[in-house]
Design a protein around this ligand. Structure first.
Ligand code: SF4
Length: 224
């Protein structure tokens, strides 16, 4: 019997559209993290953009280094030997109200939604939290919507090696983000059958939405 306490992840369709909107418009989706600090202890590099003046002013300069491959003024903040963000002290984020957008946008429900397992060893705590989230569905269409997200994730996992290298994310976080972004291509149950055609459609969708550039930038910035 599974005795892990479940957490309410919200209604699936509402969550999905809110998440996509936040991601595309530099907003954030509220996440009821409770006392979970898994993503602050998961060896993520934290990107701090050039225009995040409050965050930049709150983080001691020695903790920031120039983000490789990005425009001048963009920084990364690293982590300690245990994978913890240096702004985490006594189980609390010491700059919570001024934390970078990277932190505001992070939502581990993308793993629950896609069924992608954050299998990197340093993300073990996140994987545990992902098991706890449970979505609800307003109707059958919301359940079908979730199936399209899962089909997209399965397709990317099964055929990732057939994509040109520059189009395929190198870590689980970005892979889940990609599956969510291309889920509309997988509305039909048979969408995955035409592999070559689907790979082409995904690449075109990524090019139209500048997703390739975003994924590469995010990976350069530590993958969060
Ligand atoms: S800045 Fe705050 S919210 Fe972001 S990773 Fe560090 S401790 Fe967590």
């Amino acid at each position: 019997m599974n005795d892990v306490a479940k957490l309410d992840a919200g209604e699936f369709r509402q969550w999905l559209y809110q998440h996509i909107d936040a991601e595309r418009n530099a907003g954030s989706t509220p996440v009821v993290c409770g006392d979970c600090l898994a993503c602050c202890r998961a060896s993520y590099f934290i990107h701090v953009a050039a225009n995040e003046k409050q965050a930049l002013a709150s983080i001691p300069k020695p903790l920031l280094f120039t983000a490789p491959g990005m425009a001048p003024g963009h920084y990364l903040m690293g982590y300690d030997q245990q994978g913890r963000c240096p702004m985490l002290k006594q189980q609390q984020c010491t700059i919570y109200s001024k934390r970078p957008l990277t932190c505001r946008q992070y939502d581990c429900r993308i793993f629950t939604a896609t069924g992608i397992n954050p299998k990197e060893v340093e993300k073990k705590e996140i994987a545990q939290q992902v098991q706890r989230w449970q979505f609800t569905y307003a109707d059958a269409a919301a359940q079908a919507l979730h199936q399209s997200v899962k089909r997209a994730a399965s397709f990317l996992q099964d055929h990732g090696e057939q994509f040109p290298k520059q189009f395929m994310p190198g870590n689980s976080t970005q892979l889940a983000a990609l599956a969510i972004n291309v889920h509309e291509l997988f509305v039909s149950e048979s969408a995955s059958n035409q592999v070559d055609s689907m790979i082409q459609q995904i690449i075109e969708s990524m090019q139209q939405t500048s997703l390739t550039k975003k994924i590469k930038n995010t990976e350069a910035a530590g993958g969060r």
